[in-house]
Design a protein around this ligand. Structure first.
Ligand SMILES: C[C@H](N)C(=O)N[C@@H](CCC(=O)O)C(=O)O
Ligand SMILES: [Mg+2]
Length: 364
């Protein structure tokens, strides 16, 4: 199965409501779609979101990474040289983790198709269903409480609550949500780097003292501040999950060695795809560190690839794959079935995506 062509396109998918974090506000998913074509007629699908505030990847940079580096590296290669070509994708350009993730997942898709195996079975095959949380955007406390109640009505039992815009409101935000949804709902929070280490400890321990029962806090401090993250982990009653602090396998190793966080959030867009995500999951498993699998604001092509990893490995104990359910429509045919919180992986060979509606191809 030889690679003949790499085709790029764009999709736009409106969100149900604006997505707001301490880092950005967006109203739609605006992603790059990647198709890797082969001489057997099989096509591998990938997707890359331009999450500049987290990965540094912009739409233009993703397109440029393919046009100037990744596509040239792939065309003419045989999918059976799988280890070499997945390595070549990582080595042909530094950084650009979202473009690499899109290429890497499309290669896994083709490899699974070639051998007739769904990717989650190739990676471990632990289960075929997972349960995702849903994100509550950061807003005034009353609005967040209303959004939380709506999410519970939709059937979600775990909320990922964004905080960090005007941190003086953060305890009130969580108090309003807890009061509105009751004691049974699991609440995790994500500060997206907004707090200082001391502020984080103070706010988290206030939440603890008020009995708000927070499951975990995601990335309380700046991504680069490993000492600060460790400071919070050592002093907060709420477990700490490293998100923006962990892009690579090396980052994960450092976090584990420093005991800077209790948990690690794996995202394909930070680490460059399934190949490296699997390495992080294995490292975490060896060290006994549970993982979350997360996503950026992405449509179902790339989130579907993350579903395969989540279904493959039990060390992934928490799932934040709500990109598709935050969207008001789903242009993706095939792949995982999202029934609100319950996600069922596809048993079709490869990743299971069969087509995407509304692609605006760059070469048309
Ligand atoms: C969408 C997901 N629930 C999420 O919150 N992901 C990121 C932020 C992604 C983005 O800004 O696109 C996270 O920080 O966990
Ligand atoms: Mg996060």
């Amino acid at each position: 199965m030889k690679i003949t062509k790499v085709r790029l396109g764009r999709i736009s998918v409106p969100l149900r409501v604006p997505f707001k974090t301490a880092l950005r506000q967006v109203n739609s998913v605006e992603d790059i779609i990647v198709e890797i074509h082969t001489d057997s007629g099989e096509v591998g699908f990938g997707e890359a979101p331009p999450t500049g505030v987290i990965t540094g990847d912009t739409t233009g940079a993703i397109i440029g990474a393919f046009q100037d580096h990744i596509s040239k590296t792939l065309v003419g290669r045989d999918v059976d040289d799988f280890e070499d070509i997945t390595r070549a994708v990582q080595d042909c350009i530094v950084k650009n983790s979202s473009a690499k993730a899109a290429a890497d997942m499309a290669l896994w898709d083709l490899y699974g198709k070639k051998y007739g195996i769904p990717v989650y079975k190739m990676l471990g095959g632990a289960r075929n269903k997972i349960i995702t949380d849903i994100t509550i955007s950061v807003n005034p406390p009353e609005e967040m409480a209303r959004d939380a109640v709506d999410a519970i009505r939709r059937g979600y039992d775990t909320l990922k609550v964004k905080v960090g815009i005007d941190p003086s409101l953060d305890v009130a935000r969580l108090a309003a949500i807890r009061q509105a949804v009751g004691p049974e709902v699991r609440i995790r929070i994500d500060a997206n780097q907004a707090w200082s280490p001391k502020q984080a400890v103070r706010l988290l321990n206030q939440m603890q003292d008020k009995g708000l029962d927070i499951e975990l806090v995601e990335q309380p401090v700046k991504a680069h501040d490993y000492e600060g993250l460790k400071y919070v982990t050592e002093r907060s009653y709420v477990p700490v999950l490293a998100d923006e602090a962990v892009f690579s396998v090396e980052d994960a190793l450092k976090i584990v060695q420093m005991q800077a966080a209790d948990l690690i959030n794996i995202k394909l867009m930070k680490c460059g795809g399934l190949t490296n995500a699997l390495k992080i999951a294995t490292l975490a498993e060896v060290c006994g560190v549970e993982c979350m699998i997360g996503c950026m604001l992405e449509a179902k092509v790339s989130v579907n690839a993350a579903v395969h990893l989540a279904c493959a490995r039990k060390i992934i104990t928490r799932v934040d794959l709500d990109g598709p359910v935050l969207c008001s429509e789903d242009p993706v045919e095939g792949g995982a079935v999202f029934n609100e919180k319950e996600i069922t992986v596809s048993d079709v060979p490869g990743l299971g995506v069969t087509g995407i509606q509304g692609i605006r191809y760059l070469d048309d």
